[in-house]
Design a protein around this ligand. Structure first.
Ligand code: ADP
Ligand code: ADP
Length: 226
Protein backbone atom coordinates (compact mmCIF):
# COMPACT_ATOMS: atom_id res chain seq x y z
CA UNK A 1 0.00 0.00 0.00
CA UNK A 2 1.13 3.53 -0.75
CA UNK A 3 1.11 6.12 2.02
CA UNK A 4 -0.63 8.45 -0.40
CA UNK A 5 -2.21 7.74 -3.73
CA UNK A 6 -3.73 10.54 -5.77
CA UNK A 7 -5.35 9.85 -9.10
CA UNK A 8 -6.63 12.31 -11.70
CA UNK A 9 -7.37 14.88 -9.00
CA UNK A 10 -9.05 18.04 -10.18
CA UNK A 11 -10.40 21.16 -8.54
CA UNK A 12 -12.22 24.08 -10.05
CA UNK A 13 -13.18 26.79 -7.56
CA UNK A 14 -16.56 28.50 -7.79
CA UNK A 15 -14.91 31.56 -9.35
CA UNK A 16 -13.82 29.37 -12.27
CA UNK A 17 -10.15 29.03 -11.29
CA UNK A 18 -8.86 25.61 -12.30
CA UNK A 19 -6.51 25.01 -9.36
CA UNK A 20 -5.82 21.33 -10.17
CA UNK A 21 -6.07 19.87 -13.67
CA UNK A 22 -6.11 16.12 -13.05
CA UNK A 23 -2.93 15.38 -11.10
CA UNK A 24 -1.48 11.95 -10.26
CA UNK A 25 0.83 11.50 -7.30
CA UNK A 26 2.07 8.54 -5.28
CA UNK A 27 4.05 8.61 -2.06
CA UNK A 28 5.68 5.45 -0.74
CA UNK A 29 5.51 4.50 2.93
CA UNK A 30 8.46 5.94 4.82
CA UNK A 31 9.21 8.56 2.19
CA UNK A 32 10.08 12.18 2.82
CA UNK A 33 8.36 13.85 -0.11
CA UNK A 34 8.37 17.45 -1.29
CA UNK A 35 5.63 19.15 -3.24
CA UNK A 36 7.37 22.17 -4.68
CA UNK A 37 5.89 25.00 -6.71
CA UNK A 38 5.46 28.76 -6.95
CA UNK A 39 2.65 30.67 -5.25
CA UNK A 40 -0.71 29.81 -6.77
CA UNK A 41 0.51 26.49 -8.23
CA UNK A 42 -2.06 24.38 -6.36
CA UNK A 43 -0.11 23.07 -3.34
CA UNK A 44 -2.53 24.23 -0.64
CA UNK A 45 -5.50 23.06 -2.68
CA UNK A 46 -3.95 19.60 -2.93
CA UNK A 47 -3.33 19.46 0.82
CA UNK A 48 -6.78 20.82 1.54
CA UNK A 49 -8.38 18.04 -0.47
CA UNK A 50 -6.25 15.29 1.12
CA UNK A 51 -7.31 16.47 4.56
CA UNK A 52 -10.96 16.90 3.47
CA UNK A 53 -11.06 20.62 4.16
CA UNK A 54 -11.60 21.36 0.46
CA UNK A 55 -14.03 19.49 -1.81
CA UNK A 56 -12.52 18.06 -4.96
CA UNK A 57 -14.16 18.35 -8.36
CA UNK A 58 -12.93 14.97 -9.62
CA UNK A 59 -10.48 12.14 -9.08
CA UNK A 60 -9.57 10.10 -6.01
CA UNK A 61 -7.35 10.24 -2.94
CA UNK A 62 -6.28 7.30 -0.78
CA UNK A 63 -4.37 7.53 2.49
CA UNK A 64 -2.75 4.20 3.36
CA UNK A 65 -5.33 2.56 1.13
CA UNK A 66 -8.32 4.35 2.67
CA UNK A 67 -10.32 6.29 0.10
CA UNK A 68 -11.40 9.68 1.46
CA UNK A 69 -14.77 9.31 -0.32
CA UNK A 70 -15.70 6.00 1.28
CA UNK A 71 -13.39 5.56 4.25
CA UNK A 72 -12.83 9.07 5.58
CA UNK A 73 -12.69 8.21 9.29
CA UNK A 74 -9.86 5.74 8.77
CA UNK A 75 -8.05 8.05 6.35
CA UNK A 76 -8.20 10.89 8.90
CA UNK A 77 -6.75 8.72 11.66
CA UNK A 78 -3.72 8.00 9.51
CA UNK A 79 -3.23 11.64 8.64
CA UNK A 80 -1.69 14.55 10.53
CA UNK A 81 -2.06 18.01 9.11
CA UNK A 82 0.02 21.10 9.77
CA UNK A 83 -1.68 23.94 7.90
CA UNK A 84 0.16 27.09 6.93
CA UNK A 85 -2.14 29.49 8.77
CA UNK A 86 -2.13 29.51 12.55
CA UNK A 87 -5.63 28.33 13.38
CA UNK A 88 -5.50 27.73 17.12
CA UNK A 89 -7.22 29.89 19.71
CA UNK A 90 -4.51 32.38 20.68
CA UNK A 91 -6.02 32.91 24.13
CA UNK A 92 -5.58 29.26 25.07
CA UNK A 93 -2.48 27.71 26.60
CA UNK A 94 -0.08 25.55 24.59
CA UNK A 95 -0.92 22.29 26.35
CA UNK A 96 -4.63 23.06 26.28
CA UNK A 97 -4.50 23.47 22.51
CA UNK A 98 -2.82 20.07 22.21
CA UNK A 99 -5.33 18.39 24.53
CA UNK A 100 -8.22 19.81 22.58
CA UNK A 101 -6.83 18.38 19.36
CA UNK A 102 -6.39 15.01 21.10
CA UNK A 103 -10.07 15.21 21.99
CA UNK A 104 -11.02 15.37 18.29
CA UNK A 105 -9.40 11.97 17.93
CA UNK A 106 -11.07 10.48 21.01
CA UNK A 107 -7.85 10.51 23.04
CA UNK A 108 -8.61 11.04 26.75
CA UNK A 109 -7.01 13.74 28.89
CA UNK A 110 -4.67 11.39 30.75
CA UNK A 111 -3.34 9.83 27.55
CA UNK A 112 -3.12 13.27 25.93
CA UNK A 113 -0.92 14.53 28.79
CA UNK A 114 1.34 11.51 28.43
CA UNK A 115 1.74 12.13 24.70
CA UNK A 116 2.04 15.90 24.86
CA UNK A 117 5.04 16.05 27.19
CA UNK A 118 7.69 14.35 24.99
CA UNK A 119 6.35 16.15 21.91
CA UNK A 120 6.55 19.56 23.57
CA UNK A 121 9.97 18.75 25.01
CA UNK A 122 11.36 17.74 21.62
CA UNK A 123 9.96 20.89 20.06
CA UNK A 124 11.31 23.15 22.80
CA UNK A 125 7.86 24.15 24.05
CA UNK A 126 7.63 22.32 27.36
CA UNK A 127 8.56 25.42 29.37
CA UNK A 128 5.78 27.26 27.55
CA UNK A 129 3.10 24.65 28.18
CA UNK A 130 0.95 27.04 30.23
CA UNK A 131 1.62 30.09 28.09
CA UNK A 132 -1.26 31.47 26.01
CA UNK A 133 -0.48 31.01 22.33
CA UNK A 134 -0.67 34.75 21.65
CA UNK A 135 2.51 35.23 23.73
CA UNK A 136 4.55 32.81 21.60
CA UNK A 137 7.03 33.94 18.97
CA UNK A 138 6.35 33.08 15.32
CA UNK A 139 8.78 30.16 15.43
CA UNK A 140 7.14 28.80 18.59
CA UNK A 141 3.70 29.06 16.99
CA UNK A 142 4.99 27.04 14.01
CA UNK A 143 6.29 24.37 16.38
CA UNK A 144 2.99 24.33 18.26
CA UNK A 145 1.26 23.63 14.93
CA UNK A 146 3.57 20.65 14.44
CA UNK A 147 3.04 19.28 17.97
CA UNK A 148 -0.70 19.55 17.50
CA UNK A 149 -0.56 17.74 14.16
CA UNK A 150 1.28 14.82 15.77
CA UNK A 151 -0.77 14.20 18.92
CA UNK A 152 -2.68 11.23 17.44
CA UNK A 153 0.54 9.67 16.14
CA UNK A 154 -0.34 9.81 12.42
CA UNK A 155 1.47 7.60 9.93
CA UNK A 156 1.43 10.35 7.30
CA UNK A 157 2.27 13.92 8.26
CA UNK A 158 1.52 16.70 5.80
CA UNK A 159 3.09 20.09 6.39
CA UNK A 160 2.20 23.19 4.40
CA UNK A 161 5.20 25.56 4.31
CA UNK A 162 6.18 24.52 7.85
CA UNK A 163 9.10 26.94 8.21
CA UNK A 164 7.55 30.00 6.54
CA UNK A 165 8.81 33.16 8.20
CA UNK A 166 11.03 31.32 10.67
CA UNK A 167 14.63 32.42 11.22
CA UNK A 168 17.45 30.15 10.11
CA UNK A 169 18.39 28.76 13.52
CA UNK A 170 14.87 27.65 14.39
CA UNK A 171 14.40 26.44 10.82
CA UNK A 172 17.41 24.13 11.21
CA UNK A 173 16.05 22.73 14.47
CA UNK A 174 12.70 22.11 12.80
CA UNK A 175 14.48 20.31 9.96
CA UNK A 176 16.25 18.09 12.51
CA UNK A 177 12.94 17.34 14.20
CA UNK A 178 11.27 16.36 10.91
CA UNK A 179 14.27 14.28 9.86
CA UNK A 180 14.18 12.41 13.16
CA UNK A 181 10.45 11.79 12.84
CA UNK A 182 10.95 10.39 9.34
CA UNK A 183 13.85 8.20 10.53
CA UNK A 184 11.46 6.72 13.10
CA UNK A 185 9.03 5.74 10.33
CA UNK A 186 6.55 8.58 9.80
CA UNK A 187 5.94 9.33 6.14
CA UNK A 188 6.23 13.07 5.52
CA UNK A 189 4.96 15.26 2.71
CA UNK A 190 5.84 18.91 2.81
CA UNK A 191 5.08 21.80 0.52
CA UNK A 192 7.59 24.52 0.07
CA UNK A 193 8.67 27.07 -2.43
CA UNK A 194 12.27 26.83 -1.25
CA UNK A 195 14.22 24.26 -3.28
CA UNK A 196 16.87 24.46 -0.58
CA UNK A 197 14.46 23.16 2.05
CA UNK A 198 13.31 20.29 -0.15
CA UNK A 199 16.89 19.52 -1.09
CA UNK A 200 18.13 19.14 2.46
CA UNK A 201 15.24 16.93 3.62
CA UNK A 202 13.42 15.11 0.87
CA UNK A 203 14.14 11.94 -1.11
CA UNK A 204 11.45 12.41 -3.71
CA UNK A 205 9.88 15.46 -5.20
CA UNK A 206 7.03 16.59 -7.40
CA UNK A 207 6.95 20.03 -8.93
CA UNK A 208 3.55 21.54 -9.51
CA UNK A 209 2.80 24.54 -11.68
CA UNK A 210 -0.54 25.94 -12.86
CA UNK A 211 -2.35 22.92 -11.40
CA UNK A 212 -0.22 20.34 -13.20
CA UNK A 213 2.62 18.09 -12.10
CA UNK A 214 5.51 19.12 -14.32
CA UNK A 215 8.19 16.95 -12.71
CA UNK A 216 8.05 13.88 -10.44
CA UNK A 217 11.39 12.36 -9.62
CA UNK A 218 13.95 11.73 -6.90
CA UNK A 219 15.94 14.60 -5.52
CA UNK A 220 19.27 13.32 -6.85
CA UNK A 221 18.10 13.18 -10.47
CA UNK A 222 16.51 16.58 -10.20
CA UNK A 223 19.66 18.18 -8.82
CA UNK A 224 21.74 16.51 -11.52
CA UNK A 225 19.53 18.20 -14.14
CA UNK A 226 19.81 21.70 -12.72
P1 ADP B 1 -0.37 27.34 -3.65
O1 ADP B 1 -0.68 26.69 -2.36
O2 ADP B 1 0.55 26.52 -4.51
O3 ADP B 1 0.11 28.75 -3.51
P2 ADP B 1 -3.23 27.32 -4.04
O4 ADP B 1 -3.65 25.91 -4.01
O5 ADP B 1 -3.43 28.15 -2.83
O6 ADP B 1 -1.72 27.42 -4.51
O7 ADP B 1 -3.98 28.08 -5.21
C1 ADP B 1 -4.12 27.53 -6.53
C2 ADP B 1 -5.00 28.45 -7.36
O8 ADP B 1 -6.34 28.43 -6.84
C3 ADP B 1 -4.59 29.92 -7.33
O9 ADP B 1 -4.87 30.46 -8.59
C4 ADP B 1 -5.48 30.51 -6.27
O10 ADP B 1 -5.68 31.87 -6.47
C5 ADP B 1 -6.76 29.72 -6.45
N1 ADP B 1 -7.52 29.58 -5.20
C6 ADP B 1 -7.07 29.06 -4.03
N2 ADP B 1 -8.04 29.03 -3.12
C7 ADP B 1 -9.14 29.56 -3.70
C8 ADP B 1 -10.48 29.79 -3.27
N3 ADP B 1 -10.89 29.49 -2.04
N4 ADP B 1 -11.33 30.34 -4.16
C9 ADP B 1 -10.94 30.63 -5.40
N5 ADP B 1 -9.70 30.42 -5.87
C10 ADP B 1 -8.80 29.89 -5.04
P1 ADP C 1 -14.57 20.99 13.94
O1 ADP C 1 -14.33 19.78 14.79
O2 ADP C 1 -15.00 22.19 14.72
O3 ADP C 1 -15.44 20.71 12.74
P2 ADP C 1 -12.39 20.94 12.15
O4 ADP C 1 -12.86 19.62 11.70
O5 ADP C 1 -12.39 22.06 11.16
O6 ADP C 1 -13.15 21.42 13.43
O7 ADP C 1 -10.90 20.80 12.67
C1 ADP C 1 -10.58 20.58 14.00
C2 ADP C 1 -9.08 20.62 14.07
O8 ADP C 1 -8.56 19.50 13.39
C3 ADP C 1 -8.49 21.84 13.42
O9 ADP C 1 -7.42 22.27 14.22
C4 ADP C 1 -7.99 21.37 12.07
O10 ADP C 1 -6.81 22.04 11.68
C5 ADP C 1 -7.71 19.92 12.33
N1 ADP C 1 -8.07 19.06 11.21
C6 ADP C 1 -9.13 19.20 10.40
N2 ADP C 1 -9.16 18.21 9.49
C7 ADP C 1 -8.08 17.43 9.77
C8 ADP C 1 -7.55 16.25 9.20
N3 ADP C 1 -8.13 15.64 8.16
N4 ADP C 1 -6.44 15.72 9.74
C9 ADP C 1 -5.84 16.32 10.76
N5 ADP C 1 -6.29 17.44 11.35
C10 ADP C 1 -7.39 17.98 10.86
Amino acid sequence: TKALSISNLSKTYKNGVQALKGIDLEVEQGDFFALLGPNGAGKSTTIGIISSLVNKTGGSVKVFGHDIDTDLTKAKKMLGLVPQEFNFNIFEGVEQIIWQQAGYYGIGRKEARKRAQPLLEQLGLWDKRNTPARELSGGMKRRLMIARGLIHDPKLLILDEPTAGVDIEIRRSMWDFMQDLNDKGTTIVLTTHYLEEAESLCRNIAIINHGEIVENTNMKSLLAKL
